[in-house]
Ligand binder design. Structure first.
Ligand SMILES: Nc1ncnc2c1ncn2[C@@H]1O[C@H](COP(=O)(O)OP(=O)(O)OP(=O)(O)O)[C@@H](O)[C@H]1O
Ligand SMILES: [Mg+2]
Length: 270
């Protein structure tokens, strides 16, 4: 039974589309999962650019308008993708997404939704259609305040946020992980550096985990994807010698992995 994962934020440009594409590609190519990736940013869709799908014949807009889901699927980089249409002429109802996916998601291990930052039915579409939600946030105060609002919105809809993915981490002037966790009450489950390979990859229209497998960006995305599939993280020699690992996001991922594993297979495993 497919699990729908929504990546949300109420701030634009934090990396939702970049990370949706990267996560989908990592789940498919690193872990052999069957993945459906959907552009749920209906008024400003651009997932197609990341996945090298330019001028798609059918899109999520057609699906919301009544077309068969299968007619809008484009296969790229190991993933089934439903892109959006910037120029769709008719108004569509984003809230239909949940029902449209209800049966179809059985064909997949994961459905990934790239959300809209608009505080209206567009983001609600992802919140209501997802089994699990993650906030994408950058480590600065304006974005943090938007993340707190997104968390509240999700809670009000009875779909609490599982974790925060911190993106574009730079260092010196960033808001710290502890402060972010304290103010939101949500664990940080990945810390992804600001990495120039992301824009190089976008320029080539290849998702970063395939463009540069060994980059810090790709490795952290893979660790997060690994937690979703219940895979234990490999610890480097240095960490093994030290005998402990105090990276908060890694510990949080271990907790996430357990909860996902139990959700999928029950407490006693497969
Ligand atoms: N870790 C990163 N390092 C460097 N650049 C990044 C990183 N993540 C994303 N970017 C860049 O930031 C820009 C915005 O990313 P993206 O389009 O994924 O954001 P978004 O949250 O989906 O925006 P919107 O809300 O407008 O849909 C892009 O140019 C992307 O290449
Ligand atoms: Mg986007």
């Amino acid at each position: 039974m497919g699990r729908t994962i929504g990546l949300i934020s109420l701030k634009g440009g934090v990396g939702k589309t970049t990370l949706s594409a990267a996560l989908a590609v990592s789940l498919a190519n690193n872990f052999g999962k069957k993945v459906l990736l959907i552009d749920a940013n209906y008024s400003a869709p651009n997932l197609g650019i990341h996945m090298d799908i330019i001028s798609p014949s059918r899109t999520i807009h057609d699906v919301l308008d009544g077309d068969k889901i299968s007619s809008a699927i484009h296969y790229r980089y190991g993933v089934d993708v439903i892109p959006g249409n910037f120029l769709y002429r008719k108004a569509v109802n984003p809230l239909k997404l949940r029902n449209r996916l209800a049966y179809f998601k059985r064909n997949y291990d994961f459905v990934i939704l790239d959300a809209s930052p608009s505080l209206n039915n567009e983001v609600l579409s992802t919140i209501l259609a997802s089994d699990n939600l993650f906030i994408i946030s950058t480590p600065d105060y304006p974005t943090l305040s938007c993340s707190m609002k997104a968390a509240k919105l999700a809670r009000e809809r009875n779909n609490p946020i599982e974790g925060i993915i911190l993106n574009k981490v730079k260092g010196k002037y960033d808001v710290g992980l502890e402060e972010i966790q304290e103010s939101t009450g949500i664990p940080v489950v990945a810390k992804i550096k600001n990495d120039k390979i992301v824009n190089l990859a976008l320029h080539e229209r290849v998702p970063a985990p395939l463009f540069s497998k060994g980059s810090a960006f790709s490795k952290e995305v893979m660790r997060f994807a690994g937690a979703l599939v219940g895979e234990k993280e490999k610890r480097g020699l240095f960490l093994k010698i030290r005998g402990k690992d105090n990276k908060k996001e890694r510990v949080n991922r271990a907790v996430l992995r357990e909860s996902f594993y139990e959700g999928m297979f029950g407490k006693n495993g497969r």
